[in-house]
Design a protein around this ligand. Structure first.
Ligand code: C5P
Length: 218
C-alpha cells in the first residue's frame, strides 16, 4: 500500500489522540502516540525514584529503558522493559512530571530516533505529538495543527479523566506554557501545517475533513 505520513500536532486536550486514531483507522494506517513515549520514560523516572527536574539522572534512565510501542490504532499499547504501562502513564503523577522530562534534550534525541524508525517501518502512519511536523517528520505528506479554545480543551479533558474542570484547565495551561517555551523542540506550528480549530466541530466532522485533505495530498 502507498506510503503516507500524517503529522498531527497541537496543545493538550485539542482532541489529537481521538482524531489521530480515528483517522488512522479510516486510512488503513498505523498510529503512533509520541506523548505516550514521553509519559513512559516519565513513568520509569518515577519508578526509579529519580527527581524529574534532575536532567542528568533523567537522561540515564532514558538511555537504559527499552520502550516497546504497539501501533495498531484500534489497540495502541506501550511497555517499559516488558511491563505494560498503558494505565499508569495516564495517571496524575506521570501527567504532573512529564513536561520537565520531555524538555531534556537527550531524552528527545533518543525518542525522536525511535519515532523515526517506527515511521519508516510502518510506511503508512498517523503520528501525533508536539514536534512531529517540525522535527520528527518534516517531510510528512500532511501536517495538521489541531487546536481548540482553552475552555473547550478543558471541558473535553475533564470529561475524559473525570477530573474537576478548574483543575484540568489549570493543568492544561501549565503544560502548554512549559511545552511551548522550552528550548528543545518546543510546541510550534509548522509553517506548512493546516491549522484546524475544532472548538465548534464534532469528531466525525474533523476526521472526515482530514481524510479529504489526505486524499488531496497523496
Ligand atoms: O500528548 P500528551 O499529553 O500525552 O503528551 C504528554 C507530554 O509529553 C506533553 O505535555 C509534552 O511535554 C510531551 N510531548 C513532547 N513531544 C511530543 C509529544 C509529547 O514533548 N511529540
Amino acid at each position: 500500500e502507498q506510503r503516507c505520513v500524517v503529522a498531527v500536532d497541537g496543545p493538550s486536550g485539542s482532541g489529537k489522540s481521538t482524531v489521530s486514531r480515528r483517522l488512522a483507522v479510516a486510512l488503513g494506517a498505523r498510529y503512533l502516540d509520541t506523548g505516550a513515549m514521553y509519559r513512559a520514560v516519565t513513568w520509569a523516572v518515577l519508578r526509579d525514584g529519580i527527581d524529574p527536574a534532575d536532567a542528568d539522572a533523567v537522561t540515564k534512565v532514558a538511555d537504559s529503558v527499552l520502550l516497546s510501542v504497539g501501533t495498531d490504532p484500534e489497540a495502541p499499547h506501550i511497555s517499559v522493559d516488558g511491563t505494560p504501562v498503558d494505565g499508569p502513564i495516564r495517571g496524575s503523577e506521570v501527567t504532573a512530571a512529564v513536561s520537565p522530562v520531555a524538555a531534556v534534550p537527550a531524552v528527545r534525541a533518543k525518542l525522536v530516533a525511535q519515532q523515526r524508525e517506527i515511521i519508516v517501518a510502518a510506511g503508512r502512519i498517523v503520528v501525533e505529538g508536539r514536534d512531529i511536523g517540525t522535527v520528527v517528520a518534516p517531510d510528512a505528506d500532511l501536517k495538521v495543527y489541531l487546536t481548540a479554545s482553552e475552555a473547550e480543551r478543558g471541558r473535553r479533558r475533564s470529561a475524559e479523566t473525570a477530573t474537576d474542570l478548574a483543575a484540568t484547565v489549570a493543568d492544561l495551561a501549565r503544560r502548554d506554557k512549559f511545552d511551548s517555551s522550552r528550548k528543545a523542540d518546543p510546541l510550534r506550528q509548522a509553517d506548512d501545517a493546516v491549522v484546524l480549530d475544532s472548538t465548534d466541530m464534532g469528531i466525525d466532522e474533523v476526521v472526515a475533513y482530514l481524510t479529504t485533505l489526505v486524499d488531496g495530498a497523496t
